[in-house]
Design a protein around this ligand. Structure first.
Ligand code: NAD
Length: 327
Protein backbone atom coordinates (compact mmCIF):
# COMPACT_ATOMS: atom_id res chain seq x y z
CA UNK A 1 0.00 0.00 0.00
CA UNK A 2 1.09 3.57 -0.63
CA UNK A 3 0.77 5.55 2.57
CA UNK A 4 1.15 9.32 2.80
CA UNK A 5 2.03 10.55 6.29
CA UNK A 6 1.79 14.32 6.57
CA UNK A 7 3.86 15.57 9.49
CA UNK A 8 5.73 12.28 9.20
CA UNK A 9 9.00 13.78 10.45
CA UNK A 10 7.33 14.66 13.75
CA UNK A 11 6.86 12.56 16.85
CA UNK A 12 3.68 10.58 16.14
CA UNK A 13 3.96 10.76 12.35
CA UNK A 14 7.54 9.50 12.69
CA UNK A 15 6.34 6.41 14.54
CA UNK A 16 3.62 5.78 11.96
CA UNK A 17 6.04 6.18 9.03
CA UNK A 18 8.58 3.90 10.68
CA UNK A 19 6.02 1.17 11.41
CA UNK A 20 4.38 1.32 7.99
CA UNK A 21 7.75 1.20 6.18
CA UNK A 22 8.79 -1.76 8.33
CA UNK A 23 5.47 -3.49 7.60
CA UNK A 24 6.25 -3.34 3.87
CA UNK A 25 4.25 -0.30 2.77
CA UNK A 26 5.52 2.42 0.46
CA UNK A 27 5.63 5.45 2.71
CA UNK A 28 5.79 9.07 1.62
CA UNK A 29 6.38 11.65 4.31
CA UNK A 30 5.38 15.27 3.79
CA UNK A 31 6.86 17.63 6.38
CA UNK A 32 8.07 21.23 6.40
CA UNK A 33 10.43 20.75 9.38
CA UNK A 34 8.74 23.52 11.29
CA UNK A 35 11.38 24.80 13.76
CA UNK A 36 9.10 25.16 16.78
CA UNK A 37 11.30 22.53 18.40
CA UNK A 38 14.78 21.41 17.42
CA UNK A 39 14.52 20.10 13.86
CA UNK A 40 17.39 17.69 14.45
CA UNK A 41 14.88 15.51 16.32
CA UNK A 42 12.85 15.42 13.09
CA UNK A 43 15.96 14.61 11.03
CA UNK A 44 16.54 11.70 13.40
CA UNK A 45 12.94 10.54 12.90
CA UNK A 46 13.53 10.51 9.15
CA UNK A 47 16.67 8.41 9.60
CA UNK A 48 14.69 5.93 11.72
CA UNK A 49 12.02 5.72 8.99
CA UNK A 50 14.58 5.14 6.26
CA UNK A 51 16.28 2.43 8.33
CA UNK A 52 12.92 0.73 8.91
CA UNK A 53 12.29 0.64 5.16
CA UNK A 54 15.75 -0.87 4.64
CA UNK A 55 15.06 -3.49 7.33
CA UNK A 56 11.59 -4.30 6.05
CA UNK A 57 10.08 -4.68 2.61
CA UNK A 58 8.71 -1.18 2.27
CA UNK A 59 10.09 2.10 0.99
CA UNK A 60 10.43 5.56 2.48
CA UNK A 61 10.45 8.87 0.64
CA UNK A 62 10.66 12.29 2.16
CA UNK A 63 9.05 15.33 0.54
CA UNK A 64 10.03 18.56 2.23
CA UNK A 65 7.02 20.75 1.75
CA UNK A 66 4.02 22.39 3.31
CA UNK A 67 0.44 21.23 3.77
CA UNK A 68 -0.56 24.80 2.95
CA UNK A 69 0.65 24.14 -0.63
CA UNK A 70 -2.59 22.83 -2.19
CA UNK A 71 -1.01 21.70 -5.49
CA UNK A 72 1.71 19.72 -3.74
CA UNK A 73 -0.80 18.09 -1.41
CA UNK A 74 -3.08 17.20 -4.34
CA UNK A 75 -0.20 15.52 -6.20
CA UNK A 76 0.82 13.47 -3.16
CA UNK A 77 -2.71 12.43 -2.23
CA UNK A 78 -3.37 11.40 -5.85
CA UNK A 79 -0.61 8.81 -5.52
CA UNK A 80 -1.67 7.49 -2.11
CA UNK A 81 -3.96 4.67 -0.98
CA UNK A 82 -4.00 5.82 2.66
CA UNK A 83 -3.43 9.28 4.09
CA UNK A 84 -2.46 9.79 7.74
CA UNK A 85 -2.78 13.52 8.28
CA UNK A 86 -0.61 14.33 11.30
CA UNK A 87 0.90 17.64 10.17
CA UNK A 88 -0.13 20.44 12.47
CA UNK A 89 1.01 23.26 14.60
CA UNK A 90 0.83 21.03 17.67
CA UNK A 91 0.68 21.96 21.34
CA UNK A 92 -1.74 24.15 23.27
CA UNK A 93 0.96 26.24 24.90
CA UNK A 94 2.94 27.63 22.01
CA UNK A 95 2.39 31.34 21.75
CA UNK A 96 1.75 31.38 18.04
CA UNK A 97 -1.07 33.60 16.91
CA UNK A 98 -4.40 31.85 16.38
CA UNK A 99 -3.89 32.56 12.67
CA UNK A 100 -0.93 30.21 12.50
CA UNK A 101 -3.06 27.41 13.99
CA UNK A 102 -5.78 28.29 11.54
CA UNK A 103 -3.55 28.34 8.47
CA UNK A 104 -1.79 25.06 9.20
CA UNK A 105 -4.41 23.07 11.10
CA UNK A 106 -7.53 24.21 9.25
CA UNK A 107 -6.46 25.41 5.77
CA UNK A 108 -3.81 22.68 5.57
CA UNK A 109 -6.45 20.09 6.50
CA UNK A 110 -8.82 21.47 3.87
CA UNK A 111 -6.10 20.98 1.26
CA UNK A 112 -5.82 17.34 2.29
CA UNK A 113 -9.60 16.90 2.33
CA UNK A 114 -10.08 18.54 -1.09
CA UNK A 115 -7.46 16.23 -2.54
CA UNK A 116 -9.06 13.20 -0.88
CA UNK A 117 -12.45 14.20 -2.34
CA UNK A 118 -10.96 14.50 -5.82
CA UNK A 119 -8.98 11.25 -5.77
CA UNK A 120 -9.91 7.74 -4.83
CA UNK A 121 -8.26 6.82 -1.55
CA UNK A 122 -8.92 3.97 0.85
CA UNK A 123 -8.86 6.05 4.01
CA UNK A 124 -7.94 9.42 5.46
CA UNK A 125 -7.05 9.49 9.15
CA UNK A 126 -7.08 12.88 10.83
CA UNK A 127 -5.07 13.40 14.03
CA UNK A 128 -7.46 15.19 16.35
CA UNK A 129 -7.00 15.93 20.01
CA UNK A 130 -8.58 15.70 23.44
CA UNK A 131 -8.12 19.51 23.44
CA UNK A 132 -11.40 19.76 21.51
CA UNK A 133 -13.28 19.01 24.75
CA UNK A 134 -12.15 22.00 26.83
CA UNK A 135 -13.71 21.97 30.27
CA UNK A 136 -15.19 18.65 31.37
CA UNK A 137 -18.92 18.41 32.20
CA UNK A 138 -18.27 14.81 33.20
CA UNK A 139 -15.40 12.35 33.01
CA UNK A 140 -14.29 10.21 31.33
CA UNK A 141 -15.13 12.01 28.10
CA UNK A 142 -17.12 10.06 25.56
CA UNK A 143 -17.39 11.38 22.02
CA UNK A 144 -20.85 12.88 22.72
CA UNK A 145 -19.40 15.22 25.34
CA UNK A 146 -19.71 18.91 24.47
CA UNK A 147 -16.77 20.33 22.55
CA UNK A 148 -15.84 23.77 23.89
CA UNK A 149 -12.09 24.14 23.35
CA UNK A 150 -10.27 26.71 25.48
CA UNK A 151 -7.21 27.25 23.26
CA UNK A 152 -6.67 28.37 19.65
CA UNK A 153 -5.03 24.98 19.11
CA UNK A 154 -8.11 23.10 20.37
CA UNK A 155 -10.40 25.29 18.26
CA UNK A 156 -8.33 24.60 15.13
CA UNK A 157 -8.31 20.85 15.78
CA UNK A 158 -12.08 20.87 16.25
CA UNK A 159 -12.52 22.76 12.97
CA UNK A 160 -10.26 20.30 11.12
CA UNK A 161 -12.14 17.37 12.61
CA UNK A 162 -15.57 18.80 11.76
CA UNK A 163 -14.46 19.48 8.18
CA UNK A 164 -13.25 15.88 7.92
CA UNK A 165 -16.68 14.65 9.05
CA UNK A 166 -18.48 17.01 6.64
CA UNK A 167 -16.35 15.72 3.75
CA UNK A 168 -17.17 12.16 4.84
CA UNK A 169 -20.90 12.91 4.95
CA UNK A 170 -21.23 15.11 1.87
CA UNK A 171 -18.51 13.83 -0.46
CA UNK A 172 -18.04 10.26 0.70
CA UNK A 173 -14.43 10.79 1.78
CA UNK A 174 -13.53 7.76 3.95
CA UNK A 175 -12.33 9.96 6.80
CA UNK A 176 -11.78 8.98 10.44
CA UNK A 177 -10.77 11.37 13.23
CA UNK A 178 -8.81 10.06 16.20
CA UNK A 179 -8.81 12.22 19.31
CA UNK A 180 -5.41 11.52 20.84
CA UNK A 181 -4.96 12.00 24.58
CA UNK A 182 -1.52 13.36 25.67
CA UNK A 183 0.87 11.12 23.78
CA UNK A 184 4.41 10.35 24.97
CA UNK A 185 7.19 7.91 24.17
CA UNK A 186 10.53 7.63 22.39
CA UNK A 187 11.52 10.70 20.34
CA UNK A 188 8.64 12.66 21.82
CA UNK A 189 8.21 16.39 21.46
CA UNK A 190 10.46 18.10 23.99
CA UNK A 191 7.95 20.57 25.36
CA UNK A 192 5.79 18.05 27.19
CA UNK A 193 5.56 16.97 30.83
CA UNK A 194 7.11 13.50 30.63
CA UNK A 195 10.16 14.56 28.59
CA UNK A 196 10.66 17.65 30.78
CA UNK A 197 10.46 15.72 34.04
CA UNK A 198 12.76 12.90 32.90
CA UNK A 199 15.27 15.18 31.27
CA UNK A 200 15.49 17.62 34.18
CA UNK A 201 15.72 14.89 36.83
CA UNK A 202 18.49 13.05 34.99
CA UNK A 203 20.31 16.35 34.57
CA UNK A 204 20.08 17.06 38.32
CA UNK A 205 17.51 19.85 37.96
CA UNK A 206 14.16 19.88 39.77
CA UNK A 207 11.12 18.97 37.70
CA UNK A 208 8.84 21.98 37.19
CA UNK A 209 5.10 21.52 37.58
CA UNK A 210 2.86 24.19 36.07
CA UNK A 211 0.03 25.04 38.45
CA UNK A 212 -0.52 22.99 41.60
CA UNK A 213 -0.19 19.66 39.80
CA UNK A 214 -3.76 18.60 40.46
CA UNK A 215 -4.49 18.53 36.72
CA UNK A 216 -5.17 14.99 35.55
CA UNK A 217 -4.26 13.38 32.25
CA UNK A 218 -4.72 10.14 30.34
CA UNK A 219 -1.10 9.80 29.30
CA UNK A 220 -1.03 7.57 26.21
CA UNK A 221 2.06 5.62 25.20
CA UNK A 222 2.80 6.08 21.50
CA UNK A 223 2.66 2.32 20.78
CA UNK A 224 -1.05 2.38 21.63
CA UNK A 225 -1.61 5.34 19.28
CA UNK A 226 0.18 3.34 16.61
CA UNK A 227 -2.04 0.31 17.12
CA UNK A 228 -5.22 2.39 16.64
CA UNK A 229 -3.81 3.86 13.42
CA UNK A 230 -2.63 0.49 12.18
CA UNK A 231 -6.08 -1.02 12.71
CA UNK A 232 -7.48 1.56 10.27
CA UNK A 233 -5.48 0.04 7.42
CA UNK A 234 -7.72 -3.01 7.61
CA UNK A 235 -11.22 -1.80 8.38
CA UNK A 236 -13.72 0.72 7.09
CA UNK A 237 -15.85 0.28 10.24
CA UNK A 238 -14.92 3.73 11.54
CA UNK A 239 -15.26 5.75 8.32
CA UNK A 240 -17.15 8.96 9.05
CA UNK A 241 -16.52 8.58 12.80
CA UNK A 242 -14.69 10.46 15.53
CA UNK A 243 -13.08 8.29 18.23
CA UNK A 244 -11.15 8.83 21.44
CA UNK A 245 -7.78 7.13 21.60
CA UNK A 246 -6.35 7.33 25.11
CA UNK A 247 -4.78 5.11 27.72
CA UNK A 248 -7.81 5.21 30.08
CA UNK A 249 -5.19 5.14 32.84
CA UNK A 250 -5.22 8.51 34.54
CA UNK A 251 -2.74 10.39 36.68
CA UNK A 252 -2.39 13.83 38.20
CA UNK A 253 0.66 15.80 37.14
CA UNK A 254 2.07 16.15 40.65
CA UNK A 255 2.00 12.36 41.12
CA UNK A 256 3.63 11.91 37.71
CA UNK A 257 6.41 14.36 38.62
CA UNK A 258 6.84 12.81 42.06
CA UNK A 259 7.11 9.26 40.75
CA UNK A 260 9.64 10.22 38.07
CA UNK A 261 11.61 12.27 40.63
CA UNK A 262 11.55 9.42 43.18
CA UNK A 263 12.85 7.00 40.60
CA UNK A 264 15.53 9.17 38.99
CA UNK A 265 16.64 11.82 41.49
CA UNK A 266 15.00 11.46 44.93
CA UNK A 267 17.12 14.28 46.37
CA UNK A 268 15.42 16.94 44.19
CA UNK A 269 12.52 19.15 45.34
CA UNK A 270 9.69 19.62 42.85
CA UNK A 271 9.28 23.26 41.75
CA UNK A 272 5.98 24.92 40.88
CA UNK A 273 5.36 27.62 38.27
CA UNK A 274 2.27 29.49 37.10
CA UNK A 275 -0.33 27.36 35.33
CA UNK A 276 -0.99 27.90 31.64
CA UNK A 277 -4.51 29.17 31.15
CA UNK A 278 -4.97 27.17 27.95
CA UNK A 279 -4.16 23.88 29.69
CA UNK A 280 -7.24 21.78 30.43
CA UNK A 281 -7.69 20.96 34.12
CA UNK A 282 -8.69 17.37 33.57
CA UNK A 283 -8.69 14.94 30.71
CA UNK A 284 -9.74 11.31 30.73
CA UNK A 285 -10.80 9.09 27.83
CA UNK A 286 -13.66 6.68 27.41
CA UNK A 287 -12.45 4.50 24.53
CA UNK A 288 -15.42 2.15 24.26
CA UNK A 289 -16.30 3.46 20.80
CA UNK A 290 -12.82 2.75 19.38
CA UNK A 291 -12.85 -0.57 21.15
CA UNK A 292 -16.16 -1.51 19.56
CA UNK A 293 -15.40 -0.23 16.04
CA UNK A 294 -11.74 -1.10 15.56
CA UNK A 295 -10.87 -3.35 18.50
CA UNK A 296 -8.70 -0.69 20.14
CA UNK A 297 -7.42 -1.64 23.61
CA UNK A 298 -4.69 0.35 25.33
CA UNK A 299 -1.90 -1.95 26.44
CA UNK A 300 0.37 0.37 28.46
CA UNK A 301 -0.45 1.67 31.91
CA UNK A 302 1.15 5.05 32.58
CA UNK A 303 3.74 3.49 34.87
CA UNK A 304 4.69 0.90 32.22
CA UNK A 305 4.89 3.56 29.52
CA UNK A 306 7.02 5.91 31.61
CA UNK A 307 9.33 3.02 32.46
CA UNK A 308 9.69 2.19 28.76
CA UNK A 309 10.33 5.86 27.97
CA UNK A 310 12.99 6.20 30.68
CA UNK A 311 14.74 3.09 29.37
CA UNK A 312 14.71 4.52 25.85
CA UNK A 313 15.85 7.91 27.16
CA UNK A 314 18.86 6.42 28.93
CA UNK A 315 19.88 4.59 25.72
CA UNK A 316 19.44 7.71 23.59
CA UNK A 317 20.45 10.38 26.04
CA UNK A 318 23.59 11.32 24.11
CA UNK A 319 21.80 12.77 21.11
CA UNK A 320 18.29 13.43 22.44
CA UNK A 321 18.97 15.30 25.67
CA UNK A 322 20.87 18.27 24.20
CA UNK A 323 18.13 18.70 21.61
CA UNK A 324 15.36 18.49 24.21
CA UNK A 325 17.09 21.05 26.39
CA UNK A 326 17.66 23.26 23.35
CA UNK A 327 13.95 23.42 22.49
P1 NAD B 1 4.95 17.16 16.06
O1 NAD B 1 5.05 18.64 16.11
O2 NAD B 1 6.10 16.36 16.54
O3 NAD B 1 4.57 16.68 14.60
C1 NAD B 1 3.91 17.50 13.67
C2 NAD B 1 4.76 17.55 12.41
O4 NAD B 1 4.05 18.36 11.46
C3 NAD B 1 6.12 18.19 12.64
O5 NAD B 1 7.16 17.36 12.16
C4 NAD B 1 6.05 19.48 11.84
O6 NAD B 1 7.31 19.85 11.25
C5 NAD B 1 5.01 19.15 10.79
N1 NAD B 1 4.35 20.35 10.27
C6 NAD B 1 3.96 21.43 10.98
N2 NAD B 1 3.44 22.35 10.16
C7 NAD B 1 3.51 21.81 8.91
C8 NAD B 1 3.15 22.31 7.63
N3 NAD B 1 2.61 23.53 7.47
N4 NAD B 1 3.37 21.52 6.55
C9 NAD B 1 3.94 20.29 6.70
N5 NAD B 1 4.32 19.79 7.89
C10 NAD B 1 4.10 20.54 8.98
O7 NAD B 1 3.64 16.79 16.91
P2 NAD B 1 3.07 15.37 17.34
O8 NAD B 1 3.04 15.35 18.81
O9 NAD B 1 3.74 14.28 16.60
O10 NAD B 1 1.57 15.51 16.82
C11 NAD B 1 1.12 14.87 15.63
C12 NAD B 1 -0.35 15.13 15.44
O11 NAD B 1 -1.07 14.62 16.55
C13 NAD B 1 -0.70 16.62 15.36
O12 NAD B 1 -1.73 16.77 14.42
C14 NAD B 1 -1.19 16.95 16.76
O13 NAD B 1 -2.09 18.02 16.73
C15 NAD B 1 -1.86 15.64 17.14
N6 NAD B 1 -1.92 15.40 18.58
C16 NAD B 1 -0.78 15.17 19.30
C17 NAD B 1 -0.88 14.92 20.67
C18 NAD B 1 0.33 14.64 21.52
O14 NAD B 1 0.17 14.50 22.73
N7 NAD B 1 1.53 14.54 20.98
C19 NAD B 1 -2.13 14.93 21.30
C20 NAD B 1 -3.27 15.18 20.53
C21 NAD B 1 -3.15 15.39 19.16
Amino acid sequence: MRVLVTGGAGFIGGHLAEAFARDGHDVVVLDNFDPYYDTRIKEHNVEVGRAAADDGDGSYDLVEGDVRDADLVADLVADADYVYHQAAQAGVRTDYSPRKYDEVNVDGTLNVLDAARDHDIERLVFASSSSVYGKPRYLPYDEDHLTTPISPYGASKLAGERYAMVYAERYGVPAVALRYFTVYGPRMRPNMAVSNFVSRCLDGEPPVVYGDGSQTRDMTYVADILSANRALLDTDAADGEVMNVGSTDNIDIETLATEIRDQLAPELEIEYADAYEVDADHSHADVSKASELIGYEPTYTIREGVEAFVEWYRDNRGWYEPLVRNS
